[in-house]
Ligand binder design. Structure first.
Ligand SMILES: *[C@@H]1O[C@H](CO)[C@@H](O)[C@H](O)[C@H]1NC(C)=O
Ligand SMILES: *[C@@H]1O[C@H](CO)[C@@H](O)[C@H](O)[C@H]1NC(C)=O
Length: 346
């Protein structure tokens, strides 16, 4: 069978596979057969076929199939060897399993974010307001319905700061006004802020000066474009509160008593494949050069004696625990408490 024929078969199978009534196992079997012809017979090849089938992957030619398979195989080995260690978290095959860690970092996280940049000039939060209410031992803002659905930054590298900031504003608005579901515009932030180090604080500054539109008014395109004219804003921000760098206890205080807080963290290759549980690392990860992702701390708690943060990410619902992940709390893992900040909404 020619490569072209195999590829059209894969595409065909994927097209057919998207209709629920068609017999998917048969389609999958054909993908398997096609891949076995190119890659040989092994359990890895069968896993790869299942993966491409499940995520509707399309590859250009036989060479790319071979290359992606070798990347997938390496990732699968990392996933399996990590899971054998009996850690507090599990890795699994997700939509990123055919990307090298370099590709993942480049395409998802962005190359040149300045670590800890937002912590500069932050002030200690020892004011009366904070001390008055003590944070509960566990908190999950999702239970209050104030956390908007997980979004997907797509292939726009380094856009997570915009998603983190918008998520924080959506939650803060909901908590303050007792109603929400404003689906606010990340694209407006991406297009209209000009910054060397993309940061949530700049997002809040922008919204403070300009307000922010919603997704209908200024939809997400997933590429940076020119700042377009926009409509009357639907939500405004009056300021933001940075949490002192490294003060995880104050981050807990803020999440526990105020609401979700924008955070950032260093990213190791295992996070690409995170599936569930409390993520931890014996390798230092607070300052992986150029690799920093922004998220939204929506709660915290403990599981089997391990304290964790619950963080909303922007890699879609297919990643992690329906788009969220839990990260060990208490030792500033991956620099999670280096630059937290939350907005004050009007
Ligand atoms: C965005 O705001 C406009 C104007 O208020 C409204 O008509 C539209 O439904 C809103 N869209 C979303 C997704 O909230
Ligand atoms: C936000 O601020 C702008 C500029 O001051 C104003 O025109 C707009 O009405 C405000 N929007 C809301 C929702 O408060």
């Amino acid at each position: 069978m020619s490569v072209r024929a195999i590829l059209s078969l894969v595409v065909l199978v994927i097209l057919i596979g998207s209709h629920e009534s068609t017999p998917i196992p048969d389609g999958l079997r054909k993908v398997e057969e096609a891949f076995v012809k190119i890659l040989g017979q092994s359990s890895h090849v069968l896993s790869f076929a299942r993966f491409t089938h499940q995520y509707g992957k399309k590859y250009e030619n036989e060479e790319e199939i071979k290359h992606r398979f070798s990347v997938f195989k390496e990732n699968l080995d990392l996933i399996r060897s990590t899971n054998k260690k009996g850690l507090s978290y599990k890795l699994g095959v997700n939509q990123f399993a055919d990307l090298t860690k370099e590709e993942f970092q480049r395409n998802k996280i962005g190359a040149s974010q300045h670590p800890f940049a937002t912590s500069k000039g932050s002030r200690r939060l020892t004011g009366r307001a904070l001390l008055q209410t003590s944070a509960p031992s566990a908190r999950d803002w999702r239970e209050y319905g104030v956390v908007s659905p997980v979004k997907n930054q797509g292939a726009l590298p380094g856009a997570s700061w915009a998603f983190s900031a918008i998520g924080a504003v959506e939650s803060a608005y909901h908590i303050k006004h007792g109603k929400g579901s404003y689906d606010l515009s990340e694209q407006q932030l991406v297009d209209c802020t000009y910054s060397q180090y993309q940061q949530t604080t700049e997002a809040f500054d922008y919204i403070k000066s300009n307000g922010i539109n919603n997704e209908t008014q200024y939809p997400y395109l997933g590429v940076k474009g020119g700042c377009r004219s926009y409509y009357n804003s639907v939500v405004n921000v009056t300021g933001y509160v940075p949490i002192p760098s490294g003060a995880e206890d104050e981050l807990k205080q803020a999440v526990g008593s105020t609401g979700p807080v924008s955070v950032s963290f260093g990213v190791l290759d295992t996070l690409q494949h995170y599936q569930s549980g409390v993520y931890t690392s014996s390798e230092p990860c607070e300052n992986v050069v150029g690799v920093r992702q922004y998220g939204l701390a929506v709660g915290y708690g403990s599981e089997e004696g391990v304290d964790y943060w619950n963080i909303k990410n922007s890699w879609g619902e297919g990643w992690g625990e329906e788009g969220f992940f839990r990260m060990e709390r208490g030792n500033n893992l991956c620099g999670i408490a280096e630059s937290p900040v939350y907005p004050i909404v009007a």
